[in-house]
Design a protein around this ligand. Structure first.
Ligand code: TYC
Length: 106
């Protein structure tokens, strides 16, 4: 059985802190170049951005034709980590593929 406690009449219970605001988000973009093979870009999109074959092909072709394309939208640390992974993978394969981030505008 719950025991009873008496509270002072002037007790003030502080309201729980307001919810923390969602973190600012960043688009991770792939940039086109003339040398990285199309198949390599498709692999990057699948391996680091979780895209399926069709989606990866569509994004790669968009980058190829329009110069850049969005691979995903993430908080800053995750965006930076994906960019680092892509840079390392591209460098190891001696491809000049570039990946950058830009803030999502509200
Ligand atoms: N333009 C490259 C080619 O013709 C393909 C490519 C696509 C490269 C997307 C980079 O982010 C890129 N082989």
């Amino acid at each position: 059985m719950p025991s009873k406690v008496s509270l002072p009449p002037d007790l003030v219970v502080e309201k729980k802190a307001a919810r923390t605001a969602p973190p600012p988000m960043y688009k991770v973009l792939l940039l086109n170049d003339d040398y990285t093979p199309m198949e390599f870009v498709v692999i990057v999109l699948q391996k680091f951005f979780g895209k399926g074959q069709e989606d990866a092909m569509r994004i790669m072709l968009q980058v190829h034709h329009e110069g850049k394309g969005v691979c995903g939208v993430y908080p800053h640390d995750i965006a930076a980590s994906r960019i680092g992974q892509v840079a390392q993978f591209a460098r190891a394969s001696q491809h000049p593929l570039q990946c950058v981030m830009e803030p999502v505008d509200e």
